[in-house]
Write a protein that binds this ligand. Structure first.
Ligand SMILES: [Fe+2]
Length: 176
């Protein structure tokens, strides 16, 4: 493989790699309750643009996530969240636009909330699951980098969820 560059123009992101689009119907089971008002619309909740890099040790995968604003009943739009399959691998996020929270937890029950916003860097150490939550009324956009062999374990989160959820209640952000 040879060095390459891609454009970060947010109006037209195309890294020539995986483009993952998650709609409400795809991921509604991650929310506390279903929302009848979203059933027909089936909005895109988030999309991820990944770099075209082999999933091999030594490489780094970089990505841009766009997490749209919205709620499922009172619960803010969020990503599925995952552990890395190779658990001792970290990840770095750089906030580009919007405001959100990165929920982090370990299998031993540790839990942490990191704020992400424009120009803020979040470091997710090895062994910490991570999920992004958009707590603002515009898209949350962040850049990320992780070891290309890390893999995604969505199943553990699908079964046990995160320790806490993030809601909008009376105009306030509530983590409970
Ligand atoms: Fe990750």
């Amino acid at each position: 493989m040879r060095p390459f560059t891609v454009s970060m123009n947010l109006d037209n992101i195309n890294f020539n790699g995986n483009h993952i689009v998650r709609r409400y119907e795809d991921i509604k089971s991650i929310f506390k309750s279903t929302d009848i008002s979203l059933e027909g619309k089936n909005p895109v909740i988030y999309e991820v643009f990944e770099s075209p890099v082999p999933e091999q040790q030594g490489h780094l995968i970089f990505l841009v996530t766009i997490l749209y604003p919205g709620k499922v009943n009172e619960e803010f739009f969020m990503t599925k969240g995952h552990y890395h399959t190779v658990e001792n691998t970290a990840e770095v996020y750089l906030g580009i636009k919007g405001k959100g929270l990165i929920l982090c937890q370990t299998k031993s029950g540790d839990f942490e909330v990191a704020e992400i916003s424009e120009n803020r860097v979040v470091y997710i150490p090895p062994f910490w699951a991570h999920r992004a939550v958009n707590i603002f009324d515009e898209p949350l956009i962040f850049f990320g980098i992780y070891p290309a062999h890390a893999g995604h374990d969505y199943e553990t989160i699908a079964q046990s969820g995160f320790v806490k959820r993030v809601f909008s209640k009376n105009g306030r952000v509530v983590i409970e």
